[in-house]
Design a protein around this ligand. Structure first.
Ligand SMILES: [Zn+2]
Length: 310
């Protein structure tokens, strides 16, 4: 037995020596594509999530030890803020862009993202849309030859460096229905909902999913939804964050992306009341600016750009 282990060890060492000998060039290439200054925490083996302060809309940056991922791209008229925030975070290339649903406050900055950053892959909810912004970015994707895929419940995306994204919605059958002619779309409730997992840390991403979409997710995946951090559904609207969903996710912290004095009154006081009853730590981009969550896979910290938790 010992001899066998010795042989295996020998073989491993030989392979390692060979790789070290001939692997110089690729190693250098990898070093040169390391993320810039703003992502040092991610480069050190941590995972960083930034809910970017882009007014009324969503744009959330995830920097894993290996990849840069952007979930949603802010509203059309917040493009300058998005560009500024991404540059501040040291982003030059984006491995994956996930668009939760084709409303303007989620896909509005896509044109800037595609034309000013190197994007490798784009994922969306697989639902067709006739919106001008959606059709515009589809055209841009085609012209640039960027891969475009639909996400469905059950999919697991590898974010590299030990991070993964588990998709809970929309379901494949929902997508099939959605592709039928004459289907009446309800884009909020067709949002990509999924959980980022990194070691023992988890964060739930909800797009603008409301109770209507939360319900079947709890029904289908109830036991798997636990996450320390929740991206509040639909900018903290009272139509989201149902009791059943909160009970399944059991969050400790809620992050809300909304614009100061927005027309919708987000976040709604009903949602805040629910979160406060559960003693959640609450952060809002309108009051706290960009909110940074940093984790080593065991514990996590939340650092607001300004102010205290709400
Ligand atoms: Zn929205």
């Amino acid at each position: 037995m010992r001899k066998k282990i010795g042989m295996i060890l020998g073989a491993v060492l030989l392979v390692a020596a060979l790789l070290a000998g001939c692997g110089k060039a690729p190693a250098d290439t990898a070093a040169s594509s390391q993320p810039a200054a703003g992502t040092t925490a991610a480069a050190q083996g941590n995972l960083v999530v930034k809910m970017l302060n882009v007014g009324q809309g969503d744009a959330i940056l995830i920097q894993t030890p290996a990849q840069t991922v952007l979930i949603d791209t802010s509203d059309l008229d917040e493009r300058d803020k998005l560009r500024q925030e991404l540059k501040k975070a040291g982003v030059t290339k984006i491995d994956k862009v996930i668009l939760t649903h084709p409303h303007a406050d989620h896909i509005g900055g896509m044109e800037v993202v595609l034309s000013e950053f190197e994007v490798k892959e784009v994922y969306d909810n697989g639902m067709p849309s006739t919106s001008k912004i959606y059709l515009g970015y589809m055209k841009q994707l085609k012209a640039k030859g960027i891969a475009h895929k639909a996400l469905k419940a059950g999919d697991v995306l590898d974010f590299g460096g030990g991070a993964s994204f588990h998709v809970y919605a929309p379901t494949e059958s929902h997508q099939q229905e959605g592709r039928q002619k004459g289907y009446k779309h309800d884009p909020n409730n067709e949002s990509v909902v999924g959980k980022l997992v990194f070691g023992e840390f988890a964060m739930m991403f909800t797009g603008d999913a409301e109770k209507k979409e939360e319900e079947p997710i709890v029904g289908g995946f109830g036991g798997e939804l636990k996450a320390q951090v929740l991206k509040a559904g639909h900018h903290g609207s009272k139509t989201s964050s149902s009791k059943e969903f909160l009970r399944a996710v059991q969050p400790e912290t809620a992050l809300i992306s909304c614009g100061a004095g927005n027309d919708y009154g987000h976040p709604h006081k009903e949602t805040m009341k629910k979160y406060k009853a559960l003693h959640l730590k609450i952060f809002e981009t309108d009051k706290n600016g960009t909110i940074t969550v940093s984790t080593d896979g065991k514990t996590y910290t939340v650092t607001p750009e300004q102010g205290e938790q709400q």
